[in-house]
Design a protein around this ligand. Sequence first.
Ligand code: SF4
Length: 254
Amino acid sequence: VFDEAAHGASAIIAWGNCASSGCIQGAYPNPTDTKPVHKIISGKPVINVQGCPPIADVMAGVITYILTFDRLPELDNMGRPVSFYGRRIHDTCYRRPAYDAGLFVEAFDDENAKKGYCLYKMGCKGPNTFNSCAVIKWNEGVSYPIQSGHGCIGCAEPGFWDAEPMYHHLPDIKGFGIEATADQIGLGLTAVAAAGVTAHAIVTNIQKRKLIKNQMDNDDINKEEFAVEEHQIEREEKRLGQKAHKLEKDKDNR
Ligand code: SF4
């Protein structure tokens, strides 16, 4: 039936994760040997409009693009239209400042959840899911899962049913980010200098974290306290700047 239906088509749109990558029936151990459309058909372009389900506006957008421009949209390496699947949900998520500041929900009913902190530790798949949910949203722009307090389940990615389970509390993020303290940064300064990150950026990030936290917690900023801290940050910035400079010089001498 599929071959017959596809016969005269110039291109095929595979709607949703089932058609694009097999979805739940293709999950391990895939007892029915489910295959996505692009593995059944050959010789025709297949556009994977991913998601479980795909966003209605994206579905309409893909058809509108083809009819308006009389050509197929640019696709990524998974056959998804780049204009809708070109960015990670994490890159457009309104909770991203909380992630950058290291402010995380630790349990679904904790205070941090009420404040709208980042859902990464609750298993949010936004950092490795490419889709437009955070921009176009759902139900005529009303909301999207993260806005409703639930992490992204990664439904626009192949094999998401077999991925690391949701609700598996993820550990603290290691590495260098806005959440690092000045001392941690000081210890890792060689790597920082090598990466071309300036001391200014580091201390600005520490300051930013505080501002983000204040804003999300609805705390009033104590201006006097903040001015004192700003002064301390400036001093710290100077100290780290000198240290980075010395490290650079030592490296040149070697
Ligand atoms: S809630 Fe998810 S997508 Fe949003 S910033 Fe946190 S990890 Fe990224």
